[in-house]
Write a protein that binds this ligand. Sequence first.
Ligand code: BGC
Length: 789
Amino acid sequence: MITHPAYMVEPWCLRETELNLDVLSQSESVFALSNGHIGWRGNLDEGEPHGLPGTYLNGVYEFRPLPYAEAGYGYPESGQTIINVTNGKLIRLLVDDEPFDLRYGKLHRHERVLDFRTGLLHRTAEWTSPSGRSVRVRSSRLVSFTQRAIAAVSYEVEPLDGDVRIVVQSELVANEQLPLTTRDPRAAAVLESPLAVEHHAAHGPRIRLLHRTEHSGLRVGVSASHVVSGGEKTEMSSESSDNLARFTITTRLRSGQRLRVEKFVAHGWSAIRSAPAVHDQVDAALAAAVSTGWQGLADEQSDYLENFWSRSDVEVDGDAEIQQAARFALFHVLQAGARGEARALPAKGLTGPGYDGHCFWDTETFVLPVLTYTAPQAVEQALRWRYSTLPAARERARQLGLEGAAFPWRTINGDECSGYWPAGTAAFHINADIADAAVRYTKATNDEAFEKEVGLPLLVETARLWRSLGHHDHHGDFHIDGVTGPDEYSAISDDNTYTNLMAQHNLQEAAAVVERHPDLAALLGADDEEAATWRDAATRMTLPYNPELAVHEQSEGFTRHQLWDFAGTGDDEYPLMLHFPYFDLYRKQVAKQADLVLAMCLRGDAFTPEEKAANFAYYERLTVRDSSLSACGQAVMAAETGHMRLAYDYLGEAAMMDLSDLQGNTRDGIHIASLAGTWFALVIGFGGMREYDGLIAFTPRLPEQLGRLAFTVQFRGQRLRVEITGSTATYSLLDGKALEIRHCGERLRVTSDAPESCQVPPIPTGPAPEQPAGRAPARRGRAPGHSEG
Ligand code: BGC
């Protein structure tokens, strides 16, 4: 857990007021900047000390062998791992004759501020060298939302005690040495020197490196240019070699003088373009950035964010930490998706190498719903990426003996990377999750071009998968056997309720889209007759239920299994997967993460309020939250079933996942889905927002700790602001003429003429659900680590 005394609670930024080397890698993740295409970890300008140096380009990976003790049919032969590409952040400094290295000398002040409104990461350091020379260094950096290939740094040095000789070395460095990986399966593989040089150049303030990955054959180019001002007798030179290009500035600074360096960095990569084409590409992007200038880029960045916040801000009264965390979360979710442009959106975004940079169901289930209502163009792009991998998914289905398309459990390039069958290939629900995200996006935007081009094929091919994966029994009931649901502590089960409900929706929506676009469907070989078989399967879908316990089963037979020995499991034995064999986890009642509870959150229409209450209470006792994806779904269902205090505590867990490093692995990158879960807990949980059949509905309910919650969502090109205080909800239409919504089950027409205020009825509640021993969420408002009794 980050015991960081130094993150200040402020509404619009994350401020760290001292440098704590023990949590350097965590803070590098938290302070990472990205636009969805480029990711710069929050490494210090001078490169060292570092926790984990990291510069990533979305889609740039290398193959790595997947050795199996016992291989089997259909196991992927190789995996993909994100690589640390050329580092363009580096600006080293020599003060008189000593390197500016905070581990030596005396650091008087160190502050970093990530500003959610300007998108800039600022740093100020005041330092005295071992030989007694004092300087102040101020830097700001950005990864541009408006110029996708560009990142930039503004760097200033000033002497604090008289004249000083300064040397600044601004560098591009390839194949940085990385710390060795841990044994934690959630970390990443480290490949040594993944980049082979193709070209290097240095001309005055312009430096360039071009490399290629050996096996994946991706060409990676980076160019930088500099604008220098201040200083006396300034000399500049540049040089380059295979893995290093450097621009050096030597100057003298008198008291009161400052040296200022603006560094513009253009990144680019291609799987097919030639070396000259890639370096022209980065040089062109660089030319545009230099002509925009540092201030121009910074202005564009804040305009972009001002627009984003006007469409998506969430305001919380009563808990300043949650207010900050909510904006931190939205900022990072935006960073992960903003300019991905038909590339995957990895579980860690581009903030670290965790999970090898793979994209999972996390994206479609947790991240895209948030972006659907806040930055829908990012969703379109992320789903276009899935669509671009359809040939690989069709091929995978063929290999597995199935129809349609089987999307990979984890991947960068569209091919399956999971070498672990039970929690990889068998987690077929990802296919329905993708379909669900496509349907949600289409309904929220009315983007018909998308539906025809992308939605239709995704839905048809995934429906075919379900139809061939499942079967009708002799009574005609439809079963999907031998699959793994979201809870990875159960595997290869029959009729996982989450999977079946999501597949049901997938099948119904696929049939509907075929009906809407028969001509286009015909091009895929789909017709009414095939759609009728999907509808049959959906209608006869099995949902296992235990009448004695009066609860749904997570999957067939689940409630008959032995209970996990929670009382006999020590606090230090979590996460269970690092301390117990999967074999044992699989045969007992214990849930790694919300599974049936998530089904109730996403398919609330399939359960009565009484079923929701009973199911929630039952599965709370079994859910240990060893996955960061769990708390937000539990927050939503706790709120829906009236357990507001519990919902609030789960909100706290989702929101503080990275700011407090609750899973102990923030060093490898932040948990984008859990951050998205902060919005889930607030908007879907407390705002009670649902979308059924193209109508958005709200059933607001606030925990007593929050005096007010306000949020803005986009729906079909209109902007709706919802403000909830204790007993009133006010709906205002900010753009557009009129919008039909539901408030607590009643239809309501909101027009741009005037806001509509409605009463929020009191929330009925039942007995408080219990969690496994020691696994209750921390009570918000109490000292960290204190759990609910
Ligand atoms: C979770 C999965 C998730 C993956 C990546 C695992 O721990 O159980 O549901 O997709 O992490 O975030």
